[in-house]
Write a protein that binds this ligand. Structure first.
Ligand code: GLN
Length: 605
């Protein structure tokens, strides 16, 4: 599909034969005017290309934004600001555009600015600057690049105007030593040989805040990438920059060998190669392709689709989704009236400023009785570092408002790896189910006096208590107490099911492992049982093997009924055995109906 778009653009503009191949550098005049390639590299590292995308040509002025970035990286923005301004010059690339008072070049995208920066880099590392620049460009292109010696020689021999600029910069002390080494570095950087595909990868690296989507490495910081793109936006296309921003609306840079590199920030990098140039020194087909692409598929930065209702995926209450911790009747009586005081906000997408504003509005709209809030981050695709402070502020406000705040499934977001320490009172949980369980506990703690959760009262009120007293006494006589250490396995999948467990104290959890939709193995909790509840009954009744594992969460004790004792009971006191089976059937029915309700609800949320 994308390939078709590129193919169509290529065949549409291949016949556009306006413009002249640059000849003021003799070696460049040898370029073939018919050469024409288009390449796109996306933020996910996919490359689409058509035409002469593997034909080498020299990068020329497209080196300027990158060397500007390298200059900032090596020398700090402040140092560089002393040497070059960031104002569009409104003049040609080789104009002697210097501030009349300071002698500073107008911007880094014209020759004067680029030469000033190259001189700084050369002075910073007199012996290694050439290699430094080449290595840096290779990192950006995800391939080892080389200097085209013929073009370098050709420009070095004929670049009198650039030399003149160098000496003028020396005269105003913008260059503080002999200008030759800086000029030499400039000629070399312009003569780095690339192809259209390389440029698309370099553009995509800028689109991805300085992270190369092919290698995953980060040759430029996000901060520097932003500066580079800003300069490309205002000055990248020389005296055509204003028209370009108006017509195409994305940062770009052209080179006199016929390359055009354009960046849709956050999305993709575009490169076009076609040597004939217009009067501004920009590739004719390069301008045409980018203009058409921008209009055709809507790439202008000034044409963004409105972001209104796309951050809050759902807001729901604690009665619409309950945890897999089974609750005793006593707990349920405490919890049920208050479940709606738990709200879960499910957030999605990129949490930038506009998204955080939507979150703030969702928080304002929470019902006044809300006491516990879960922010479920599972579907947040990105939390830009620039959002950290604002999100922190939002969390602080919520805590100050007296809400209990739980954040679930945020572990992969850098900010939450440290937030636990930063924000007292904020709880991070890696599964939503555990967040809901914690929230339920908080709701119960807030509504009753002491010990609302898992007490001895629950184990007294176990389902055996509903049995006729004679049957109960007969069964109790057979129960053996057994203790478990924290994390100890009580039941293993595949074991014979010869025992029935009744929880005396502690919590016991059952888990299964299955393949998640992504294909990754996923371990999830099915249920947690507390005092008074029984488990292990399915295999105990059917005689089949165990179908899930059960472990003691923090340790605890159970009463255990052996199958052999139960079989003896069936002989001796069939009424008691029948009563137990009846009670187990009721219990299973209850579990099944609760599970069905949970399942149906989870389809909704
Ligand atoms: N090396 C070329 C020069 O200095 C770069 C100019 C360009 O690509 N616009 O003349």
């Amino acid at each position: 599909m994308i390939q078709d778009v590129l193919n169509e653009l290529h065949s549409r503009f291949a016949s556009l034969d306006e413009g002249e191949v640059a000849s003021y550098i003799p070696e460049l005049a040898k370029a073939c005017p018919q050469d024409f390639g288009i390449a796109i590299t996306t933020a996910s590292g996919r490359i689409y290309e058509v035409g002469d995308t593997r034909k080498p040509f020299t990068i020329q002025s497209i080196s300027k934004p990158f060397v500007f970035g390298l200059g900032i990286k090596l020398l700090t923005p402040e140092r560089l600001a002393l040497k070059v301004d960031v104002e569009p010059s409104g003049e040609a690339f080789n104009a002697i555009s210097l501030d009349p008072d300071t002698g500073k070049p107008r911007n880094p995208m014209i020759n004067a600015g680029a030469i000033a920066i190259s001189a700084q880099i050369s002075a910073h590392d007199p012996l290694g600057a050439d290699q430094l620049v080449l290595d840096f460009f290779s990192e950006l292109a995800a391939r080892a690049l080389e200097v085209d010696q013929a073009v370098y020689q050709s420009e070095s021999e004929t670049g009198h105007r650039n030399r003149a600029i160098g000496y003028l910069l020396r005269n105003s002390n913008i260059i503080e030593a002999a200008p030759e080494p800086g000029l030499d570095l400039y000629f070399r950087q312009c003569a780095i040989s690339v192809d259209c595909r390389d440029l698309a990868v370099m553009a995509a690296t800028l689109a991805c805040q300085g992270r190369n989507p092919i290698t995953g490495r980060q040759p430029l910081s996000p901060d520097i990438s932003v500066r580079v793109l800003a300069l490309m936006g205002s000055c990248g296309m020389y005296d055509f920059a204003g028209q370009w921003l108006h017509d195409v609306g994305i940062p770009a840079k052209s080179g006199v060998a016929g390359g055009v590199l354009a960046v849709v920030p956050g999305r993709l990098g575009i490169a076009v190669y076609s040597p004939p140039l217009d009067g501004f020194g920009n590739s004719v087909r390069g301008v045409a392709v980018c203009t058409q692409l921008s209009h055709g598929v809507g790439m202008s930065l000034f044409n963004q689709s409105p972001q209104a209702g796309n951050t809050i995926r759902r807001v729901y209450s604690g009665s619409q989704r309950t945890s897999r911790r089974w609750r005793s009747e006593r707990e349920l009586a405490l919890l049920q009236p208050h479940r709606d005081r738990l709200r879960i906000i499910q957030i999605q997408g990129v949490l930038d400023f506009a998204a955080l504003e939507q979150l703030a509005a969702a928080v304002v709209a929470l019902p006044p009785q809300t006491r516990v809030l879960i922010l479920d981050m599972a579907h947040v695709t990105e939390l830009p570092p620039s959002s950290d402070e604002l999100l922190n502020r939002q969390l602080r406000l919520l805590l100050e408002r007296g809400l209990q705040v739980l954040v679930s499934r945020a572990g992969r977001l850098a900010m939450f790896q440290a937030a636990g320490q930063q924000l007292e009172g904020l709880q991070l949980l890696d599964q939503l189910d555990f967040a809901i369980e914690t929230a339920e506990n908080l709701l119960m703690e807030g509504t009753s006096g002491e010990q609302p959760i898992s007490t001895a009262a629950d184990s007294e009120a176990c389902f055996l208590s509903r049995l006729p007293s004679e049957s109960r006494a007969a069964l109790e006589a057979l129960l053996l107490e057994r203790g478990f250490q924290p994390g100890e396995a009580v039941i293993n999948r595949g074991d014979p099911g010869n025992e029935l467990f009744l929880v005396r104290d502690g919590l016991f959890s059952t888990h299964i492992e299955f393949e998640a939709l992504s294909g990754e193995p996923h371990r999830t909790r099915l249920a947690t049982f507390g005092p008074g509840m029984c488990f292990g009954e399915i295999a105990f009744i059917t005689g089949n093997r165990r179908i899930a594992d059960i472990t003691a969460v923090d340790g605890g004790r159970c009463w255990v009924l052996q199958r052999s004792d139960f079989e003896n009971l069936q002989e001796r006191q069939p009424a008691a055995a029948l009563d137990l089976l009846k009670a187990l059937t009721c219990d299973l029915g209850l579990k099944l109906s609760q599970t069905s309700v949970q399942l149906s609800r989870s389809e909704l949320v």
